[in-house]
Design a protein around this ligand. Structure first.
Ligand SMILES: *Cc1c(COP(=O)(O)O)cnc(C)c1O
Length: 380
């Protein structure tokens, strides 16, 4: 049986260092806002290339706190609009509505599944204050067109980098930037199944903006810099010492793990031969997909017109797959007010996508088994 993601085996592969690092925290008697967090923040800032990293409780909080920070700084206020892809995990949208800001949904590009930059400008109004790009499935979603719009309309560029730790963007200025260092601020998730996964909930904000970094850090700690003095009506959103210690161990191998994911993606793309399947593509990269640095393959997502039958067939052959995601945010009960809206590209994707097993530990036999199963699946 091939699991979609064998977290137990993955975390076991970090032993004994992982357990030792945790034991060290347990024995230390210090569990929040300590040495491990400080070191992780420094190491993750170095990794992403951003000047600041603030550890927070989870990825949703990272995004919420960025927006809350901009509100406190006076860049945006209740009722202002944030451009965001319609095709995303609901957390991107929740971060916006939670701050009483208004998400303005934009269709994705049918090939990359990321926001279609050419449909953004028509959605910009007087109230638009930011564009939130989502590096979906691990692929960088930034585009020169988006950078131009941000400059032209003085918008903040926010990255939802929950799925793309380590992915690289070839900036218009010729430099290579890692996810988290591309826009004005980025939210990262270290949910256990993400490319860099903690042993529970964890997240971070990265930014080069000194003021935003300070404000986010303060809000995340009850709005307080000095104990019992509260500058903002803050929240409690902290990355604890045990998670920070675990993340430090796992961060050391992130580039290697991402490279393994690229190798798996390369194998799938080369060997899957089935006319009914649409395989993923990497935007703007003419190299074999496994050499494209703008994708870290958090997920390898194929499309099939009869996804349910395909999924069942794979399951019978002992291959576990998942659907990311079955229902788009605008069709959720949580957002009844948008249920009538139509985003045909988004809706088609949600009906057809299927995520194949991919992980830092997937081996040759696994890849062959998945590929064979797909190549022999034929539906008339
Ligand atoms: C996982 C994820 C989040 C939220 O992260 P949590 O740590 O689970 O709160 C946000 N956006 C996207 C695209 C995600 O995949």
């Amino acid at each position: 049986m091939i699991k979609f993601l064998d977290l137990k085996a993955i975390n076991n592969s970090f032993e004994p260092e992982l357990s030792q690092a945790i034991q060290k925290v347990v024995s230390s008697g210090w569990y929040l806002l300590g040495e491990e967090l400080q070191q992780f923040e420094k190491e993750y800032a170095d990794f992403s290339g951003a000047k600041h990293c603030i550890g927070v409780a989870n990825g949703l909080d990272a995004l919420r706190l960025i927006l809350k920070g901009y509100i406190e700084m006076g860049f945006m206020k209740e009722g202002d609009e944030i451009i965001v892809p319609a095709n995303t995990y609901i957390a991107s949208i929740l971060a916006i509505t939670d701050n009483r800001l208004v998400p303005v949904l934009v269709e994705p590009d049918i090939n990359t599944y990321n926001i279609d930059s050419f449909f953004i400008e028509e959605k910009i109004t007087e109230r638009t204050k930011a564009i939130m790009v989502v590096h979906l499935y691990g692929q960088i979603s930034m585009h020169v067109e988006i950078e131009k719009l941000a400059l032209k309309y003085n918008l903040k560029l926010i990255e939802d980098s929950a799925q793309a730790q380590g992915a690289e963007y070839n900036g218009t200025d010729g430099t290579i930037k890692k996810s988290g260092n591309i826009g004005d601020a980025a939210g990262h998730s270290f949910y256990p199944a993400k490319n860099l996964g903690a042993l529970g909930d964890a997240g971070a904000v990265t930014t080069n903006d000194d003021k935003l970094a300070e404000v986010v850090r303060t809000i995340a700690n009850y709005g307080s810099k000095l104990k019992y003095q509260n500058e903002y009506a803050g929240v409690n959103s902290r990355l604890d010492e045990i998670q920070a210690a675990a993340l430090r161990i796992k961060l050391r191998r992130l580039d290697i793990d991402n490279q393994h994911r690229r190798m798996v993606a390369q194998y799938y793309t080369e060997h899957i031969k089935n006319d009914q399947l649409t395989l993923p593509v990497v935007y703007g990269c003419n190299l074999p997909v496994g050499q494209c640095m703008s994708h870290v393959w958090h997920l390898y997502v194929v499309r099939h017109p009869n996804r349910e039958r395909l999924q069942k067939n794979l399951e019978q052959k002992g291959i576990q797959t998942l659907i990311h995601y079955p229902l788009p945010p605008h069709k959720q009960k949580a957002y009844k007010q948008w249920n009538h809206l139509s985003f045909p590209v988004t809706e088609t994707l949600h009906q057809q996508v299927l995520s194949l097993p991919i992980s830092p530990l997937l081996n040759q036999a696994d890849m062959e088994q998945v590929t064979n199963a797909l190549n022999y699946f034929n539906e008339i």
